[in-house]
Design a protein around this ligand. Structure first.
Ligand SMILES: [Ca+2]
Length: 293
C-alpha cells in the first residue's frame, strides 16, 4: 500500500479540511497509509482542531508535527475553535512533535519509499532538507529525502504566467524563503498543481448538515462549496498518475524568488519538476471529489 506524509497549513481556508477528508476516506478504505501530518502555520487551536477533525473522521493515531515558530500568518478561523471544542478538548499545540523531527523520524524508520503531499507552506520541508544528523538519524535531511521519498505532490505556485504570485509560496518572508530553499534543494521529483487549477472548481457543497466538514465550510462562509486547490492535489496524489487524474504536464525546473515570492519555470525534458494543466472541464474534477467526500 502507498504511504504518504501530509504537510498542511490548516489555516484560514477550508480546502485543507476537504483535502484531509479525501485522505481519511482513503485510509479507512485501505487505499493508502497516512504516516503523519505536519502543520506549517501555527495558530491557537491548530493541533486540537486537526486532531479533532481526524478523531471525528475515525482516523486515530496519525502522529502530528507542527512548526511552532510559524505563528505570524495571522487569523483566528472559527472552524478551528469549533473543532477543538467539539472533538479536541484538552489538546494543545505543544502536544505535537516538532515538524522536522517528525519527518526525520518517519523517513528514518521507513522500510519502503514514501510520497509527501504538501498543501501549505514550506518551512518544515525546507528545514528538513537542511537538517543535519541528530539523535534520530546519522543521515542529513537531504540524504533521508533522497533515499526514502519517491516524490513530492505540491499545491503551490501560479504557473499560468511567468513570475506568478501565489499564497503558499509568497504569503510572507517565512514562506518565500522556505519555498526558494525547497525548490532549489529537493532531490526528488516534484509535481506542482497551481493556483490557476483550483479556481472555479467548487466542491463540498453537497454535504450532510450533520457532517463536521459541513460545519468547517459553513464557518468559512462557503457552505455551498469552496474552491478546490488542496483536494484536487490530494486526489491527483491518491490517483498516483497525473494523466490518469486528468492533467497534462509541463516538465522543467521551477524556482521561487525568495524576496518577492514570484515563481518561474524553465522548460526542459530532463527537469525534475512538473506542473499540471487541466485536460477537462471543471465539473470533471469537482464531481469526482464530491463523490468521495
Ligand atoms: Ca492549504
Amino acid at each position: 500500500m502507498r504511504k504518504f506524509i501530509l504537510g498542511t497549513d490548516w489555516w484560514d481556508d477550508s480546502d485543507d479540511a476537504v483535502a484531509v477528508r479525501l485522505l481519511t476516506r482513503a485510509v479507512r478504505n485501505g487505499k493508502a497509509q497516512l504516516l503523519g501530518i505536519g502543520i506549517n502555520a501555527c495558530m491557537e487551536h491548530s493541533v486540537a482542531a486537526l486532531r479533532g477533525f481526524l478523531n471525528a473522521d475515525n482516523v486515530f493515531d496519525v502522529p502530528l508535527g507542527i512548526d511552532l515558530a510559524a505563528n505570524d500568518f495571522g487569523g483566528h478561523p472559527a472552524y478551528q475553535k469549533r473543532l477543538a471544542e467539539n472533538f479536541g478538548k484538552g489538546i494543545n499545540n505543544t502536544d505535537a512533535e516538532d515538524g522536522v523531527r517528525l519527518y526525520r523520524r518517519l523517513l528514518a524508520s521507513a522500510d519502503e519509499k514514501i510520497e509527501i503531499i504538501e498543501i501549505g507552506f514550506f518551512q518544515i520541508v525546507a528545514n528538513l532538507l537542511e537538517s543535519k544528523a541528530d539523535d534520530i538519524s546519522e543521515k542529513t535531511g537531504l540524504q533521508l529525502v533522497s533515499e526514502k521519498v519517491s516524490k513530492f505532490w505540491v499545491m503551490a505556485g501560479k504557473w499560468s504566467e511567468d513570475g506568478g504570485l501565489e499564497n503558499n509560496f509568497a504569503r510572507n518572508d517565512r514562506s518565500r524563503i522556505a519555498a526558494d530553499t525547497f525548490c532549489r534543494l529537493c532531490p526528488v521529483p516534484i509535481t506542482f498543481l497551481g493556483f490557476e487549477i483550483g479556481c472555479g472548481v467548487t466542491t463540498g457543497g453537497h454535504l450532510e448538515h450533520s457532517d463536521h466538514l459541513y460545519d468547517v465550510l459553513s464557518d468559512n462562509g462557503v457552505s455551498g462549496g469552496g474552491y478546490s486547490w488542496d483536494p484536487m492535489l490530494v486526489l491527483m496524489a491518491l490517483t498516483g498518475d497525473e494523466e490518469k487524474a486528468g492533467y497534462e504536464t509541463v516538465t522543467g525546473t521551477a524556482s521561487v524568488d525568495p524576496k518577492s515570492g514570484r515563481n518561474y519555470f524553465v522548460r526542459s525534458d530532463d527537469g525534475n519538476h512538473r506542473f499540471v494543466i487541466k485536460k477537462h472541464e471543471n465539473c470533471f474534477y469537482a464531481e469526482q471529489i464530491d463523490r468521495l467526500l
